[in-house]
Design a protein around this ligand. Structure first.
Ligand code: ARG
Length: 456
């Protein structure tokens, strides 16, 4: 297809340079948004008397035909075109001749692509938010069934205090809820300013109505500065940052799933449908999906940094370097959506080995804080109680026993404050149940958390 910009050139573009320059291979996924933007642009041109009413009708109805044919597959995108903007305009002109050539009045591909990308990302973000909602629902479904399941809570990957498994899971709901809010914030900001009408960089001599275009396309207002309108890719960076944080959360959860499904922990067994075997070791059941999500987090971070690096030295306004924005963010979106789609059913279908969780919670002197709290409640200053409990733990290590099996008489040699109620105070159930502070691991608190995530 002949280039739309051939006027001042004596020679055609070198074949390799042509392929190198083209973005149609990846920007064709924005064809719907490109056509939507063009329809609004044509309506604005007619409203302002820049093109006639009948010209607008012809442009808009032909664009509608092109859209329908692309949707149905009746029309194929010509990969010989430079980009999706050229393809749509070229196809329009092929069908209605000179009238089609009027569409690009008071517009440039620079503001066109800045618009298309925003419209595309807006829709994709709605999909991501929905998938995040499904992830939260999947986690809540497991949490609901595990408000009595005790596991060790860890700090430094050392057993710290006993917690409900549901409590641990719900921490991730808090992360994913923030992720949704973060994406929503970025989308809101992206939707405040419409770039269309910035034209190449300097605006236009035509009497355009940018407010009308902004309104029609769902933006708060036209962007204030046309140079910024065509040069800004902050919205991509913000979204890719938010997506990177989602991946980081998924990756942390996946790392835990991988650990928990090892024989060393044996807390969970992932469903057969989300694990794979080994080609040589018949006993293996590998958490490949969880590992892949963890692995793909690297490439999502990479896409973010690639765009940061692309933009850092760019003079204003548009530079072709900016065409590099799309592949990274599209890849990030594809990757993220796939990860979320795999993650939700993988979590919902995992089997828990509750006896192993409880057994682990029983070891490691996990109730030592509660022993210290017991003494504190009987009047001993916490620091003193902490030190004495440390000595009792050391004694138990030496004896090869746990805190529950030290006889009362021996406890009383450590402190007269110990009475027979100490055993109840340090039972695992009590350690969990007594943590009634808001957001804590006590059952009532965990149930309140579940209720929160079911509502939102
Ligand atoms: N394909 C280009 C991109 O993605 C569209 C804008 C081209 N503008 C230009 N002045 N060459 O950035």
């Amino acid at each position: 297809m002949e280039k739309l910009w051939t006027g001042r050139f004596q020679k055609p573009l070198n074949e390799i340079a042509d392929a190198f320059n083209a973005s149609i291979g990846f920007d064709s996924r924005m064809y719907q948004q490109d056509i939507t933007g063009s329809m609004v642009h044509a309506a604005m041109l007619a409203k302002q008397g820049i093109i006639s009413q009948s010209e607008q009708e012809s442009i808009v109805s032909t664009l509608a035909d092109i859209l329908a044919e692309l949707d149905s597959g009746a029309l194929e995108i010509d990969s010989a075109c430079e980009d999706i903007h050229m393809f749509v305009e070229g196809e329009l002109t092929k069908r209605i001749g000179a009238v089609g050539k009027k569409l690009h009045t008071a517009r440039s591909r620079n503001d066109q692509v800045a618009l298309d990308l925003r419209l595309y990302l807006r829709e994709e973000c709605a999909v991501v938010e929905e998938l995040l909602g499904e992830v939260i629902a999947a986690i809540v479904s497991v949490a609901e069934k595990n408000t009595d399941t005790i596991v060790p809570g860890y700090t430094h990957l050392q057993r710290a205090q006993p917690i409900l498994f549901a409590h641990h899971l719900l921490a991730y709901c808090a992360m994913f809820e923030r992720d949704m809010a973060r994406i929503g914030d970025a989308v809101d900001r992206m939707n405040t300013a419409s770039p269309i009408g910035s034209c190449a960089l300097a605006g236009t001599t035509y009497n355009t109505d940018r407010v009308y275009e902004a309104q029609q396309l769902g933006f708060g207002a036209p962007c204030i500065n046309s140079i910024d309108g065509v040069s800004d890719r902050d919205f991509c960076l913000e979204l890719m940052s938010a997506f990177s944080i989602v991946m980081m959360h998924l990756s942390r959860f996946c790392e835990e799933l991988i650990l928990w499904s090892s024989w060393e922990f044996a807390f969970v067994e992932l469903d057969d449908s989300f694990t794979t075997g080994s080609s040589i070791m018949p006993q293996k059941k590998n958490a490949d999906m969880a590992e892949l999500i963890r692995g793909k987090t690297g490439r999502v971070y990479g896409n973010l940094f690639a765009l940061f690096t692309t933009l850092k030295g760019l003079p204003l306004a548009y530079n072709k370097d900016m065409q590099e924005d799309k592949e990274g963010i599209f890849d990030t979106l594809d990757t993220l959506k796939m990860c979320l789609q795999v993650f939700a059913p993988m979590v919902a279908s995992m089997k828990l080995k509750k006896e192993n969780m409880l057994a682990a919670a029983k070891g490691g002197f996990i109730n030592a804080t509660d022993l210290a709290d017991y003494l504190t409640k009987k009047g001993m200053p916490f620091r003193t109680a902490y030190k004495l409990t440390g000595q009792i733990v050391a004694y138990c290590i030496e004896q090869g026993c746990d805190l529950e099996s030290v006889p009362l008489a021996r406890y009383r040699q450590f402190s007269e404050l110990f009475e027979s109620d100490v055993f109840e105070a340090i039972s695992l159930q009590a350690c969990v149940e007594k943590r009634i502070s808001q957001g804590g691991t006590g059952k009532a608190s965990v149930e309140a958390q579940i209720a929160h995530y079911k509502e939102h």
